[in-house]
Design a protein around this ligand. Structure first.
Ligand SMILES: [Zn+2]
Ligand SMILES: [Zn+2]
Ligand SMILES: [Zn+2]
Length: 137
């Protein structure tokens, strides 16, 4: 994927820090917390990192999910999400053993029937258990 082009298309200025963050997030199916990213980018200023994640979220490049401990995690949007409106309707899996969080892009969230007058705009589905490494399967 051409990250420079992706940033430009989203109207974001291309900076080395932004490119580094997008590269790391895009190269895995994992959702990272602030502290995970802080240790990965130990040389980066924390405020800069926070701002990058916020800009990416607003631009539809990353989506935010809360894990079972209530910690916010960030993962790359594999499909193109329109600005400010995320369409990542996949399931997230939180491993109780290694505490990693996975985007299961192939597992779509079920369609739930809403009562009259309720308009669903998104659904966060979090499944917890043991990942493929920890389940011994
Ligand atoms: Zn998204
Ligand atoms: Zn695990
Ligand atoms: Zn996800």
């Amino acid at each position: 994927m051409d990250y420079m082009l992706q940033l430009r298309e989203k109207g974001l200025k291309v900076t080395p820090s932004r490119l580094n963050v997008i590269k790391v997030l895009d190269s895995s199916h994992l959702a990272y917390s602030h502290s995970d990213l802080e240790s990965l980018f130990s040389k980066m200023d924390r405020v800069t990192l926070y701002r990058i994640l916020k800009d990416f979220e607003d631009a539809g490049i990353v989506h935010k999910i809360m894990d079972i401990d209530g910690v916010t995690r960030f993962a790359i949007c594999k499909s193109t999400c329109p600005d400010g409106h995320h369409t990542d309707d996949h399931v997230h899996f939180n491993c109780k053993a290694c505490h990693k969080m996975f985007c299961l892009e192939k597992v779509q969230v079920p369609h739930l029937k809403m009562p009259q007058g309720f308009k669903a705009m998104g659904l966060h589905t979090l499944i917890y258990g043991l990942c493929e490494n920890c389940s011994g399967a």
